[in-house]
Design a protein around this ligand. Structure first.
Ligand code: ACM
Ligand code: ZN
Length: 767
């Protein structure tokens, strides 16, 4: 008997403890008060709502299916039961279209909202308190009272299914993840140069031809050569209209509206592969495989009325499928050269009294908008649609920073903020060393979390035109479902809080703690996610002429351990408490430790070399590129070695030799000079042809000490660092001059063949 009582007490305590811990909702609700006790979902629980209400029936089905997956229990509807979950649509001023009130007591759960959207979000909050998968434990919802509503109406996520095709199952998983975190707009990028992904009944070749390309998955995206006639096009895929209808209904049940993007007038090489008469040259071509080519057609001809008839027919089918008020028509990155050389396009410019090709694009978008508006829909385009004149009712998606959004809002146009920083989830979230190959810069979890979508330039009235924010996942470098998950998790959760929660509620430390149950959820569901926030950031700096490093991590309360002997750090290694002085050559490794566990699969690493030229002044004959200044003029001798990332401590020169002279200040005995150089084929960076070393005592009469000739082919695509070295008998000198001879243009077969090559150097080591 005693034993049973003890067990009972332990059960109650652990139940209420786990309930307390479990109430970590993302995005953070407007108000959440946790109370004593739990509501246990079991066979004595039923669901109640106004019978015959279609929306509530739809929401209840979602809840019933979710509970069945987590417990095996099918909740009965509208039967007498000891405990009840009630869904009520009821006019409530404060919470708006998508808000909800959730009340959990031991005998009842009541969700009230103005609309089905709010009911769904009440259910999502409830689901976040439960385990991610079926376990043997009872499902217990902590007693609580929640009042919640969103800050923005546009809480978007984008997915590019053109650069790589993703299955309907992955698309549904993406929608599930969005819905769990109350994101409500799925921007489905269905058309691009490398694939047309939506079945159009009137134009079957769009998918028969345009959805398939020559398989070059063995090559890095940017270095893929143009496919040749006769090579089999086996890579790709598309969604049938039946699959699309199914996905739209799936999303609608979860309050996710799908906005299709039918890109135009550029980025449509896939459509032109199917129907060459749509472009200016009318020459046949194949869908692109990646790479960057100048001899293909990516644009529709803006002077050909048949193009508009084609697009109206396509859009008619699209609008029949998608109930979304918004239709996205792209409009970005149009290379206007084909239009300049096309007699039809030039005739259109003349006939319409247009000034130039920018106005021709504006004509194109306005004509399409007119059609879309005639069907009672609204047009969205990327911010390039501002150039040459904005279509009268267009909504602008600001991606090249926020300036397009600011400009449009000042013109009283709706805007959606999706600036590259921090909304592009194809950018790195950590590293970049140790991370899967990505495009662009660094959008860490914290950087995303700290985003404020209302630009300072807008006044209060203009700020109302900002409908919300969207995270974009372009997939040039993302080929698998696992990689899609990895790029959006957990950054989408940070964005969800940006768009849903009130700015005053935002708190990084609190968010990070609330993120932990989501990490468990991802683990339970086998979802891949980035632990990039655990990466230790290593920041070297020179203080009073001495080199020191600061170590930091985005994780609140984390401890950093490091080594300087090249070994992997453990919790037995040196604990970081203050900046570390570097006065000898060493390799620093550092890890983040949370609750006694090393969180990184690989430590962060930085190599330092202290040598006879450390800290010495360097002068260049040809100037260093302003894009690759590293940490200043003496980067070559700062003791910090460049890493495999092009933007980490390298000095870059475009099409010019590096001719660098180091002043050792006084006569110094030296016997070896080395120069580290980088090759990154994809970024047009190649090892030099050779490195030559000369020395002088007076700075004028240089004596050649030797030359190290490159032996590594320029066509090696994996990034690499090579040390070029020249050794000689010990010699007393003051000046050392090194010349790194740049390649005579990018190599044959490279996308930039014959164009100026880059040469990158760091560090110049004198021993
Ligand atoms: C874009 O990223 N080209 C909209
Ligand atoms: Zn044309």
């Amino acid at each position: 008997m005693r034993k049973i009582i003890v067990l009972f007490v332990v059960l109650i305590v652990s139940a209420s403890l786990s309930a307390q811990q479990a109430v970590s909702i993302i995005p953070k609700p407007v108000s959440l008060v946790v109370k004593q006790g739990v509501f246990t979902i079991d066979a004595n629980t039923s669901i109640k709502f106004v019978a015959g209400d279609h929306d509530l029936h739809n929401a209840a089905s979602f809840l019933v299916a979710s509970i069945k997956e987590l417990s095996g229990i099918t909740l009965p509807q509208h039967v007498q039961a000891a405990k009840v979950i009630q869904l009520i649509i009821q006019k409530t001023e404060q919470i708006g279209n998508e808000g909800y009130l959730l009340q959990v007591n031991p005998a009842s759960i009541i969700i009230r909202a103005n609309t089905k959207a709010g009911i769904i979000y009440g259910i999502q909050t409830l689901l976040q308190t439960l385990p991610g998968i079926r376990t043997n434990a009872l499902l217990q919802v902590p007693c609580m009272r929640v009042t919640d509503y969103p800050r923005f109406q546009w809480r978007g996520m984008h997915l590019d299914v053109c650069r790589h095709f993703f299955s309907p199952e992955l698309v549904k998983e993406y929608i599930d993840l969005m819905a769990r975190y109350k994101m409500n707009r799925f921007h489905w990028h269905l058309v691009d140069d490398q694939g047309w992904r939506i079945e159009i009944k009137k134009y079957p070749r769009l998918t028969q031809t345009g959805a398939w390309r020559v398989d070059q998955t063995d090559k890095v995206w940017g270095s893929r050569p143009q496919a040749k006639e006769g090579e089999p096009a086996t890579y790709g895929g598309y969604y049938t209209q039946e699959q699309i209808k199914d996905i739209i209904a799936y999303a609608a049940q979860r309050n996710v509206t799908i906005i299709p993007e039918i890109e135009m007038p550029g980025h449509v090489a896939s459509a032109i592969a199917a129907y060459p008469q749509l472009c200016c040259s009318r020459k046949p071509q194949l869908p692109l495989t990646g790479g960057d080519y100048t001899n293909i057609s990516s644009n529709y001809c803006a002077g050909n009325d048949s193009v508009f008839i084609f697009l109206q027919n396509v859009l008619s089918e699209v609008m029949q499928l998608f109930p979304s008020k918004y239709i996205h028509v792209g409009g970005d990155e149009v290379d206007k050269t084909p239009w300049k050389n096309c007699s039809r396009c030039q005739a259109r410019i003349k006939a319409e009294g247009l000034k130039n090709e920018e106005e021709l694009q504006s004509y194109f978008m306005k004509r399409i908008e007119k059609f879309i508006v005639s069907k009672h829909r609204k047009m969205i385009g990327w911010d390039e649609i501002l150039e040459g004149g904005l279509a009268p009712e267009a909504t602008v998606m600001s991606w090249r920073g926020e300036s397009g959004g600011v400009e449009a809002a000042k013109m009283n146009h709706d805007v959606i903020m999706t600036p590259g920083v921090p909304c592009y989830f194809d950018h790195y979230q950590a590293g970049p060393e140790g991370e899967p190959l990505a495009i662009g810069g660094m959008n860490t979890l914290k950087r995303v979390y700290e985003y404020d979508p209302i630009p300072k330039e807008l006044n209060e009235q203009q700020a109302h035109y900002v409908l919300g924010v969207q995270g974009n996942l372009w997939t040039e470098y993302v080929t698998t479902a696992e990689h899609v998950e990895y790029m959006v998790l957990p950054r989408m959760l940070a964005l969800a809080e940006v768009v849903w929660s009130q700015p005053s509620a935002k708190d990084w430390n609190d968010f990070y703690h609330r993120l932990q149950p989501s990490f468990r959820y991802f683990d339970q569901r086998g979802l891949h996610y980035s632990k990039g926030s655990f990466t230790v950031s290593i920041k070297p700096q020179t203080v009073n002429g001495k080199l020191q490093v600061t170590l930091s991590s985005e994780i609140p309360g984390a401890t950093i351990y490091y080594t300087t002997d090249g070994t992997e750090p453990t919790t037995q290694s040196q604990k970081y408490t203050a900046p570390v002085a570097i006065d000898t050559s060493l390799t620093l490794n550092a890890v983040t430790v949370v609750n006694g566990t090393v969180m990184n699969s690989k430590p962060s690493q930085q190599q330092f070399v202290i040598h006879k030229a450390t800290g010495a002044a360097v002068s260049y004959v040809n100037p260093v590129s302003r894009y690759y200044m590293a940490d200043g003029p003496n980067s070559l001798t700062d003791g910090i070695r460049g890493t495999l990332a092009a933007n980490k401590y390298w000095h870059g020169f475009n099409g010019k030799d590096i001719i660098a002279t180091v002043d050792l200040v006084k006569e110094t005995n030296i016997h070896k000079v080395s120069l580290g150089c980088l090759q990154r084929y994809r970024d047009w960076i190649f090892l030099p042809q050779y490195v030559q070393v000369e020395v002088a005592s007076d700075g004028f009469n240089f004596k050649t000490m030797g030359k190290d000739v490159n032996t590594i082919a320029a066509t090696v695509t994996n990034p690499l660092i090579k040390n070029f070295s020249v050794s000689f008998e010990p010699t007393s000198v003051r000046y050392v001059r090194v010349t790194a001879k740049v390649l005579d243009g990018c190599p044959a077969g490279h996308p930039g063949e014959g164009k100026p090559a880059w040469v990158f150097a760091d560090e110049l080591i004198v021993e």
